[in-house]
Design a protein around this ligand. Structure first.
Ligand SMILES: Cc1cc2nc3c(=O)[nH]c(=O)nc-3n(C[C@H](O)[C@H](O)[C@H](O)COP(=O)(O)OP(=O)(O)OC[C@H]3O[C@@H](n4cnc5c(N)ncnc54)[C@H](O)[C@@H]3O)c2cc1C
Length: 359
């Protein structure tokens, strides 16, 4: 698979993540999984060499997300949120802050996450800013007030990459230290799946962020500024496809015992192969009539991950419906893709499919 990451060590990580028991409640952070990831160099993959990282390119990173998700969606999802934070730091014009934070993020001394959905896919129907930012020149910075609705691993994080909107409509992103006065992490949410990601809302009560802690902006639509996979990016599709592949692998083990089920597994496996092909075309910037857009890939990946999990559940029958069976967990976790980082067109396409209004 890889140009930079050690293939054997990576495959061992994926296998081990698949085999070890994984927590499934909001009270338990997957420490063992995160330690394994760090030991395998996972915290270095997406960080430039100048800061101690491995500088894995975007194409290879997609393969990593896909294969890792087949071993553990939970671990991969947490990594995507942490990597999104690192990416916003790396693409910042504030080089002094990048030079201070990235080496410590790379070594695992610091852990970061993102709380940016209120600037992309969450609370978009709300008129007033969810997080209001006010400049206070006398304090050489900005005060932030409001509620960040979603931040994965917030209780574990040292740095939260988040932001808000100023009165003139411009927006900024900052690297907010979690121990700053006024930052309150709510209790991790109990979710349909992935509760152990310890996803929380974070309250900002008159939090002072200095000019030196600003990463991007103030600027119009700060999430469009700089690079770094936005909502529905190929990275999110890679995680969905990999999760489906992990499910299909377990479905295949059932088929080994009951070959009459093969006719239901085979088309899903072919679909996964086609989607991987499309993902690679998108990642390498290939264009042409047969190449799907990032949105279409995400929409199809969502559809496939849902159908794969439900097909496996149907095959496992009532036994698979028991709490704790991997098939019931796969169904619950597959639902995550309907709500995570879905731009409006993807959401609508999935709704159309669920309502059987297929164009
Ligand atoms: C497990 C999990 C982890 C996540 N982790 C992160 C993270 O680490 N960082 C991050 O930035 N984001 C994260 N997200 C956020 C995610 O990417 C989406 O932004 C989020 O799921 C969108 O859902 P929402 O309920 O906030 O959407 P909203 O659009 O805010 O919807 C909330 C409710 O508002 C109502 N509503 C919606 N639209 C309208 C309308 N037009 N008119 C009237 N009412 C309306 C509906 O009743 C809806 O249920 C996470 C999400 C999940 C589920």
């Amino acid at each position: 698979m890889s140009l930079v990451v050690d293939h054997d060590a990576f495959q061992t990580l994926v296998r081990t993540l698949h085999e070890i028991p994984e927590p499934d409640s909001a009270s338990e952070w997957p420490s063992a999984q995160m330690d394994l990831l760090a030991e395998a160099g996972g915290l270095r993959w997406n960080i430039p060499r100048a800061f101690g990282g491995q500088d894995v390119d975007a194409v290879e990173m997609l393969e990593i997300y896909r294969e890792l998700a087949a071993g553990s969606l939970l671990t991969t999802f947490i990594l995507t949120q942490r990597n999104a934070a690192c990416q916003r730091i790396e693409t910042s014009a504030n080089r002094a802050l990048a030079a201070r934070l990235l080496p410590a993020l790379c070594s695992g001394e610091l852990f970061a996450t993102v709380g940016i959905s209120h600037l992309t896919t969450s609370r978009q129907h709300v008129q007033s800013p969810v997080v209001l930012v006010t400049e206070v020149p006398e304090d050489r910075g900005y005060r932030l007030n409001g509620l960040i609705p979603w931040a994965t691993g917030a209780a574990q994080a040292d740095i939260l990459v988040s932001g808000g909107t100023l009165n003139d409509g411009s927006q900024l992103l900052a690297a907010i230290p979690m121990n700053r006065d006024g930052v309150v992490v709510d209790k991790p949410l109990s979710l349909m799946g992935l509760s152990s990601s310890q996803t929380s809302a974070v309250e900002l009560k008159d939090v002072l962020v200095s000019y030196e802690e600003i990463l991007h902006g103030p600027v119009d639509r700060v999430m469009s500024a700089g690079s770094g996979g936005g909502a529905g990016s190929p990275g999110t599709s890679a995680v969905a496809i990999g999760t489906a592949q992990g499910t299909l692998k377990m479905f295949a083990e059932e088929v080994d015992q009951r070959p009459e089920l093969a006719e239901f597994l085979t088309p899903l496996e072919h679909e996964a192969t086609e989607l991987i092909y499309q993902l690679r075309l998108a990642a390498t910037g290939t264009s042409g009539p047969a190449v799907c857009s990032a949105e279409v890939i995400r929409q199809r990946a969502n559809s496939m991950v849902l159908r794969s999990a439900q097909a496996w559940l149907a095959a496992t029958k009532g036994a698979g419906f028991l709490a704790g069976h991997p098939a019931e967990r796969a169904v619950r976790e597959s639902m995550f893709f309907l709500v995570w980082s879905c731009p409006q067109p993807v959401l609508e396409a999935n709704l159309r499919e669920l309502a059987c209004v297929i164009n």
